[in-house]
Design a protein around this ligand. Structure first.
Ligand SMILES: CC(C)(COP(=O)(O)OP(=O)(O)OC[C@H]1O[C@@H](n2cnc3c(N)ncnc32)[C@H](O)[C@@H]1OP(=O)(O)O)[C@@H](O)C(=O)NCCC(=O)NCCS
Length: 178
């Protein structure tokens, strides 16, 4: 699948679906385009897809991949390393951690990230997990607040991990209601 093409997306309704291993090159290409300052190796994305395929979704419009979302079970108040392997998922996970959501510019303006959050919230509830967590970057905090995320006061350990994500990085949690 290619990452996008000039006229696609306007005529085809983009939607999220679970990512396949064959989508990983498109995910890595989009990540490299959108996050040049927070680079991650393709193998790191591949590990997340392998460990928790349900949380790894791609935005598709026709035959184009127009974005991706990656999430996996994790522990609240812990931030997984950037560009490194998780190795295992915790048996006692109490949140789904949203590692990243990207919508390519030509598909933006339709609140598509919100649809990803809805999908992930359903996945969490089905697994008896009551919270979503993420690190907001690029000043996206107000957008996440609209989906129910709230900034969490960070202790020294959390602040240390946040430092690698840039200045505006904020750890946020969304408590899911029944
Ligand atoms: C963040 C992102 C996924 C949102 O994509 P989207 O769902 O298509 O978002 P939309 O363009 O429909 O915007 C939805 C709302 O969020 C707001 N918003 C979007 N990006 C924002 C940002 N960076 N900061 C603050 N608000 C933002 C929009 O103003 C819009 O508000 P409105 O509904 O009142 O008009 C997309 O902008 C993106 O991929 N950005 C680069 C990667 C990124 O920042 N990912 C998040 C990492 S935590």
């Amino acid at each position: 699948m290619k990452s996008s093409s000039p006229d696609k997306g306007k005529t085809v309704n983009p939607h999220w679906r679970q990512a396949l291993p064959s989508d990983l090159p498109a995910i890595a290409a989009i990540a490299a385009q959108i996050h040049p300052e927070l680079p991650e190796r393709p193998e790191v994305f591949a590990e997340k897809q392998r460990l928790y395929p349900g949380g790894c979704r791609v935005l598709v419009a026709g035959d184009a991949v127009g974005g991706y979302g990656l999430a996996h079970p994790w522990k609240l108040n812990r931030i997984p390393p950037l560009d490194d392997f998780l190795r295992d998922l915790p048996d006692d996970a109490d949140c789904l951690y949203v590692h990243d959501v990207v919508v390519l510019p030509k598909f933006r303006g339709r609140r598509i990230a919100g649809a990803y959050v809805t999908d992930i919230a359903a996945l969490a509830r089905a697994a008896d997990i009551n919270s979503l967590a993420l690190v907001s970057v690029y000043g996206t905090q107000s957008m996440w607040e609209r989906f129910g995320f709230r900034a969490v006061a960070s202790d020294a350990a959390l602040r240390d991990k946040l430092a690698g994500y840039g200045e505006s990085a904020t750890y946020m949690v969304c408590r899911l209601t029944a």
